[in-house]
Design a binder for this molecule. Structure first.
Ligand code: SAM
Ligand code: SF4
Length: 440
């Protein structure tokens, strides 16, 4: 018997890339690959890239450059680039970095086994199509191997919103929702493998409108279908757009016990002038009123957000409006970024904010968000929360898990195992985590 080939995958960016990497590893698993954490052992290296951050492509080229020696020592080593940089750069990657054997866009990775075979026979292969066929249909059914208790499941991909700063509509393509029955099958398979919490993923997950038995279903309807899956205890979803936050989804937050009290709802900015220039199609006021309705349905919900500072033409007064909005909302977690130009997007051509000014604003915003995050975390002390245990902690007998609100929680002398759900009383708030005690 020949030794199994080894695959090393490095994943950049969002949860959807984490999910895609798992699926790519499974596809190549069927070709005899097993995963390795050591790049030196690999017969194939795959970089699953993200194009959201500044100089994303340059970082990929420099990472690839580091594989030169490995490839020289092991000529059979195959190197591939996947994800959104692969989509955006295409042929240019092979031109600039001849050691790359394979380039695959996010919509084509179901073709990876074929591509790998071609690469093995010495061909250079590139596929950055947006194929007619549904990649999820073509992917093999997921293997049955046991896995951790928390999993991602992509239900919707792509985006039709075209925010003026964002590359996603160009790299991931138009919005597409997967059919309900396929999602349920995948969810049941995951539960059989030990999964108890599923996070439904989509660039605009709340715009989900997949085919169901009686026509298209909304995200809330899909959540109610998943609610019926025995053994699945927790449901989450991300990322949502404020304009797609439908009444039935808000209602589900009030009534669906498996739906966790956590909502990532990016606003990006607090100035209506800037929101308009961003093509966000909501205002600060409409966002705040929406949150009021969501909090009326689920008063303890933890709100998370995304922000961009230094968007072209943002003034100090515009920035102040962002700070005001943050003061009003009180975010439990948040991701904030300095605007960075994406060639080909509408905002790229506009007058840029002085970088030092943008840095200063980012620091001020982050100081406020960090303070809020800490206050909300501290307010958990004394409360009872559900915790799903994900791994043993560093100390003997300690277990680490996530609360309903997605806070990291550790419990000493726990006596529970990975995958157990327990009621925990929070006793202490530390820098990035909470300490708790089992209630019974
Ligand atoms: N679909 C989600 C939404 O509507 O907010 C998020 C998509 S994007 C992958 C994640 C975050 O990256 C965005 O919410 C935004 O804050 C940030 N982002 C996207 N493009 C950016 C850019 N050109 N400069 C800085 N931040 C950016
Ligand atoms: Fe990008 Fe999100 Fe806007 Fe779509 S809605 S363009 S993914 S920021």
């Amino acid at each position: 018997m020949t030794a199994p080939k080894k695959l090393f995958i490095k994943t950049y960016g969002c949860q959807m890339n984490v999910y895609d990497s798992e699926r790519m590893a499974e596809e190549l698993g069927a070709q005899g690959y097993s995963e390795t954490k050591s790049v030196e052992d690999a017969d194939m290296i795959l970089l699953n890239t993200c194009h959201i951050r500044e100089k994303a492509a340059e970082k990929v080229y420099s990472e690839l450059g580091r594989f030169k020696k490995l490839k020289a020592a092991k000529p059979d080593l195959k190197i591939g680039v996947a994800g959104c940089v692969a989509q955006a750069e295409g042929q240019e990657i092979m031109r600039r970095q001849p050691l790359v054997d394979l380039v695959v866009g996010p919509q084509s990775y179901h073709r990876l086994p074929e591509m790998e075979a071609k690469a093995r026979s010495g061909e250079k292969v590139l596929d950055t199509d947006f194929p007619e066929e549904d990649k999820f249909e073509k992917l093999k059914r997921r293997p049955k191997a046991p896995r951790g208790p928390s999993a991602f499941l992509t239900v919707q991909e792509g985006c039709d919103k075209f925010c003026a700063f964002c590359v996603v509509p160009y790299t991931r393509g138009a919005e597409v929702s997967r059919p309900v029955d396929r999602i349920l099958t995948e969810a049941r398979d995951l539960v059989e493998r030990g999964v108890r919490e599923i996070t439904l993923l989509g660039q605009n997950v709340n715009a989900y409108h997949g085919a169901g038995p009686q026509g298209d279903m909304t995200l809330a309807q899909l959540i109610w279908e998943l609610d019926k899956v025995d053994g699945l205890e927790r449901i989450r979803f991300t990322t949502s757009h404020p304009n797609d936050m439908m009444d039935d989804l808000i209602e589900a937050h009030a009534t669906c016990k498996k739906l966790m009290p956590y909502l990532h709802l990016p606003v990006q900015a607090g100035s209506d002038r800037i929101l308009k220039r961003m093509n966000r199609s909501h205002t600060a006021e409409s966002y705040l009123r929406l949150l009021e309705r969501i909090r009326a349905a689920r008063p303890d919900i933890l709100i998370s957000g995304d922000f961009i500072v230094g968007f072209p033409e943002e003034t100090e007064a515009d920035f102040q409006a962002t700070l005001d909005l943050v003061e009003e909302v009180k975010y439990g977690t948040a991701y904030s970024f300095k605007y960075s130009t994406r060639p080909g997007t509408p905002a790229a051509e506009r007058p840029q904010v002085d970088p030092a000014e943008a840095d200063d604003r980012l620091q001020r915003l982050q100081a406020l968000l960090t303070r809020q995050q800490r206050e909300i975390q501290d307010s958990m002390v004394g409360r009872e929360v559900g915790v799903l245990f994900e791994k043993p902690g560093r100390e003997a007998g300690q277990m680490l898990g996530k609360s309903d609100y997605l806070h990291a929680v550790h419990v000493a002398d726990c006596g529970r195992k990975v995958g157990d759900l327990a009621r925990v009383r929070i006793v202490e708030s530390r820098t990035n985590s909470l300490a708790g005690e089992l209630i019974d």
